[in-house]
Design a protein around this ligand. Structure first.
Ligand code: NAD
Length: 497
């Protein structure tokens, strides 16, 4: 289907995305697919005010009922998975499988959040005082602001929104200026779910369209209790200190520079498949993309040879026509890739692939052959995240050296080890092993399940979203003590009589 048909099927009227000032282009062929209406500072402020009102009403709806709304949203997503997934392909350039997979991730987080809506448990704590009862309660925060990237245009919002909503908050979403149409579509689908939920207040979920300035308006407003910002480390360096300056809360999900250690005992067939999906999938534009392969010297030549053969067979092309790799998001993404490859060469690297392809068929789009770069060591460019399909390959002699190389980058998102040696596997996941938020054994760096907490360390920002107890970020904790005795004993044994 074409974009207009998809938007209509998803409940967004043409006028809602054609009359504005923000030009939206598809990376598939560079053509314009919308003119989205932009928010200014005044309209963002009005939306925040309305969100605060909505949050005041929503917080008193019992959590399991809030879960009903998210369950209904999950049903609506199931009904529209095909159309929304295809729209993701048009707007972000993902191949069919990955566009659909992204919507599946939204459905999965809805299921997770529905279960959670009956499990927002606090502790019961033993009091040191007779006739006293202590417990911990979790209460909604208020307004949650979500800032998201182009490369996961719908899933990142849903990880935040599904949890924020069951936790009793209102949500304002500033999607990437490169992907506002999918955001408007998600909003329309959520509106369908809200229509079946008479208890929900107006403006429980809103979208703010615009670039950095629109994001800043959310960042600086004290009424936004939590800013969950996903994007580059550059963005995080601006957002983190500004939210902290007003003593607000933030979740920062920033850039990664993910590695695989490939040990001599590994199942090479398994490792090859993991490398391909992690390094080449989404045209290397995932925060968890495999960017560094640290391979035992005894395997190095053989693995590079094999990868070159596999890379030669990868079908690059229109993402909705059965290819494995779609386009880069735009010209800037392409130029950053070429600049990184030139720098890698200057630093002693040998580049295989990486050139622009299909230029005749798509002069206004940027398709590339994924690159393998053999590096003499972990030079400056290897330590930098370039958001493109570049896999740097380095050798190692012993496992300590591999771990040292692995951790010697500023980012700390995802990591993996391929081995059949139990000692190596346990060390990798131990305190002196991988320093990343995600450390896998015999699984690639990409494609996390929503059940685990997602996020990374160091310059990746330290935030956690999605599964496990990440929901606690969207609530405030209150310690409650009740005295049901006839005395007033003081803590710490103090006698104040
Ligand atoms: P980006 O940083 O350019 O933009 C991300 C979002 O931040 C956009 O909505 C943008 O408008 C907004 N923004 C930028 N500056 C801002 C500011 N000063 N204040 C408020 N908002 C601001 O990132 P991108 O190019 O869209 O995405 C690619 C980057 O995102 C990569 O570095 C990738 O690793 C990272 N990423 C991280 C995760 C994760 O979970 N760790 C997930 C996806 C992408």
């Amino acid at each position: 289907m074409m974009v207009e048909q998809l938007m209509t099927a998803l409940g967004v009227p043409v006028a809602a995305y054609t009359g504005g000032t923000l030009a939206v282009h598809t990376p598939i062929d560079g053509s314009r697919i919308g003119m989205a209406p932009c928010d200014d500072a005044a309209s963002v402020a009005r939306k925040i005010e309305r969100a605060a009102q909505a949050a005041r009403a929503w917080r008193d709806v019992p959590a399991p009922q809030r879960g009903h709304l998210v369950r209904r949203f999950g049903e609506v997503l199931r009904q529209h998975k095909a159309e929304l997934g295809e729209l993701v392909s048009w707007e972000a350039g993902k191949i069919t499988q990955e566009g659909q997979g992204e919507v599946q991730e939204m459905i999965d987080i809805c299921d997770f959040a529905v279960g959670l809506s009956r499990q927002l448990h606090g502790l019961t704590i033993a009091s040191e005082r007779p006739g006293h009862h202590m417990r911990e309660s979790w209460h909604p925060l208020g307004v949650v602001g979500v800032i998201s990237t182009f490369n996961f245009p719908v899933a990142v919002w849903s990880w935040n929104a599904a949890l924020a909503l069951v936790c009793g908050n209102a949500v304002i979403w500033k999607p990437s200026e490169k992907t506002p149409l999918t955001a408007l579509a998600c909003q329309a689908l959520l509106a369908q779910a809200l229509a079946d939920f008479p208890g929900a207040p107006e403006c429980l979920s809103q979208v703010v369209v615009g670039g950095r300035e629109a994001g800043m308006a959310l960042v600086d407003d004290p009424a936004v209790a939590l800013v969950s910002a996903t994007g580059s480390t550059r963005m995080g360096r601006e957002v983190g200190p500004r939210v902290a300056a007003r003593l607000g809360r933030s979740i920062l999900e920033l850039g990664g520079n993910n590695a695989m250690i490939l040990a001599p005992s590994a199942d090479l067939g398994l490792a090859e498949r993991a490398i391909l999906f992690s390094a080449v999938g989404t045209a290397g534009q995932r925060c968890t993309t495999l960017r560094r392969l640290i391979v035992h010297e005894s395997l190095r030549a053989q693995v590079v040879r094999r990868l070159k053969t596999l890379y030669a067979g990868i079908r690059v092309g229109h993402p909705l026509q059965g290819n494995l790799v779609g386009p880069l998001i735009d010209a800037a993404g392409y130029e950053a890739m070429q600049a990184a490859l030139r720098q890698a060469e200057q630093e002693g690297g040998v580049v295989h692939g990486g050139q622009r392809v299909l230029q005749d068929a798509y002069p206004d789009a940027y398709y590339v052959a994924p690159a393998i770069v053999e590096m003499p060591g972990q030079t400056a460019i290897v330590r930098h995240e370039t958001f493109a399909p570049i896999l740097y390959v380095m050798g190692y002699h012993d496992f300590d050296q591999a771990l040292q190389l692995h951790n010697d980058v500023p980012q700390g998102l995802s990591s993996c080890l391929f081995t059949n040696d139990l000692r190596e596997a346990e060390r990798f996941q131990g305190a002196s092993g991988s320093d990343c938020g995600i450390a896998n054994v015999n699984i690639g760096t990409s494609g996390a399940e929503i059940g685990g907490a997602f996020g990374g360390e160091k310059e990746t920002g330290g935030g956690r979203e999605s599964g496990s107890d990440a929901w606690k970020n969207y609530m405030r904790r209150q310690t409650n003590t009740v005295n049901y005795s006839r005395d007033l004993p003081l803590a710490q044994g103090i006698d104040f009589s």
